[in-house]
Design a protein around this ligand. Sequence first.
Ligand SMILES: C[S@@+](CC[C@H](N)C(=O)[O-])C[C@H]1O[C@@H](n2cnc3c(N)ncnc32)[C@H](O)[C@@H]1O
Length: 271
Amino acid sequence: MTQNPDTIHESVREHYAERIKNSASCCSSDACCSPQSSLYPADLISTLPSDISSTSYGCGDPITLASLQLGQTVLDLGSGAGLDCFFAAKKVGTTGKAIGVDMTPEMIERARASAQRLNITNVEFRQGYLEDLPVDSNRVDVIISNCVINLSPDKAKVLSEAFRVLKPGGKLAVSDIVTDGPLPEAIKKSMSAWAGCIAGALDVKDYQAAMESAGLINISVTPTYFNDAMIDEAISDLGTSVDLKSFSREKISKTVFSAKITANKPQENRS
Ligand SMILES: C[S@@+](CC[C@H](N)C(=O)[O-])C[C@H]1O[C@@H](n2cnc3c(N)ncnc32)[C@H](O)[C@@H]1O
C-alpha cells in the first residue's frame, strides 16, 4: 500500500461518514461485515431498540469474547455508532464505564445522541485517532474493537497505544479482518477495498508479530468465517478493467477472514 496515512484516514473517514449519514452498513451490500443479528447472541441484541442494534459495522462479537465484569473500564477502539459501547456499559454496570474512540465526527454525534436517548450514563464517546488515543496511560481494564484495526495505516502504533492505556494485566478482545496468505496487488492498492475492511487486513502471522512487538502476551488470533458479501463488494468496486492475475474470487474468499483476537498486557508494566 503506497498511499500516505493521511490519505487513508481521510478516505476511511469519508466512507464511514457517508455510511452513517445514509444509515447503511459499512459496505453498500449491508455486509461489512455481517448482519448484526448473526454476530451477537439474541439475548444481548434484545437489550437494545432494533434501530440501534442494527446500526453495526462490525465483523464479530467482541463483547462475548471480552467476558466483561461489573466495575470494569472498557475502551472501544473505533466505536462507530456506539453499539458495542452500549452493550459494554450494560455489562460493566454503573460502577464501571465504557469509553468509545472514533475519528469520524458523524459517528461520534450519532453515538452520543443514542446514549442520551437510551439514558446510558456510564458511556462516553471521544473523537480521536487509534494511533494517538485520547486516553490516559494504565487506565483501562479491557480493550474491545470490532472491525477497525484493519483500517489503520499504522497498526503497530495502534497496538502500542492499546498497550499504553491498558492496566497491567488488562485484556484485549478484538474482532477484526485478517488474511491467511497474500491478496492480489490490485486489491491491496484499492482505497475502496481498504475502506471496505479488506485491503488493510494483516496476515495472521503479521498480526501476531505486531502484538508481540507491542509487548502483549497470551496472544491468540483465530480466524472464524469468510465474509462473502464483503469480498464481492471489494471485487466489484475494482471494476472489470482490473487484472486479478491468478486470483479467483474463490481463492480470495479463502484468504480473507473475520478473526477473534485476544491478548493481555503483562502484570508488570515494563515501560
Ligand atoms: C467498520 S466501522 C466499525 C464501527 C464499530 N466498531 C461497529 O462495530 O459498528 C470502523 C469505524 O472505525 C473508525 N476508524 C477507522 N480508522 C480509525 C482510526 N485510525 N482512528 C479512529 N477511528 C477509526 C471509523 O470512523 C468507523 O467508525
